[in-house]
Design a protein around this ligand. Sequence first.
Ligand code: GLU
Length: 313
Amino acid sequence: MSSIEKASFEEIRGVFEEAYRIGLASTRLGKVADYIPELAKANADDFGICMKDADGRELSFGECEKRFSMQSVSKVVLLAAALAHCGFEETFSHVMMEPSGDSFNSILKLDTTSNLPFNPMINAGAIETASLISGDLSFEDMLAYARELCGDPGIALDEAVFASEFETGDRNRAIVYLLKSKGVLMGEPKRTLDLYFKMCSLSVNARSLAHMGLVIANGGIDPATGRRLISPEHVRPLKVIMFTCGMYDYSGKFSVRVGVPAKSGVGGGLVCAAKGPMGIGLYGPALDSFGNSKAAVKAMEHISKELGLHSFD
Ligand code: GLU
């Protein structure tokens, strides 16, 4: 099989079923994140894949209902909201669009090389996008937007994760005050961080992420409701930044091997906006050394290869 356009739904189902098996077999090679104590409670053996397409068809294998915290996948929601609220020029005058080559929570280049965060998918960049909106949009506004993007009214703040995040978030505090000291932070530091931590602590599942991936893959329109949730001119920067910066320091390899705009989080979530259009949401809390779900990456390699999902093929 070589292309999503030609594959029957039964063939697609077969590919996802096999990807689920491959992913499940690799969960034991990963390790659950423990730098935030609440994350360490996840079950390392869990794995789930959900696919949604624009015709309303859905496939799900494994743990697709189990809730977990969105973590860095929320950086996509923050960027989409900042673009909608401030526009393209204003947003990207506060954050760059370059891969950083440093770890997600690094302060190094921000202090030594540039005043602006390298991109919105690292902590400094997401804290900056949160600062752009935190003066005007409340957490409740952002929760409503996340629920819409994910087609999931069940998304809520996981209070235990939020408390854990808040207690262990000193590096993020360092980032917000460094941004402030450089005069680039647009919001009040405590309010900005509160929004950033809360967005990381939203409880989603693989199905919600599949829906969000589908909205992005479908040019910003939710096929289930016909509503536009992201402006057409903002979909491209969103997808490109996910493509180039969405998988931590594995973004280059993921782009070559899988070639699908994606964003992962240390809670084990992965959102993919694929050709078709098709949204793929995955959950596997056992992570590789880069912070990506081990099982989800393995599964996506198989799916992309078998269905010809690479953006440049
Ligand atoms: N809450 C996390 C932090 O800022 C986000 C981590 C992630 O998923 O990359 O440390």
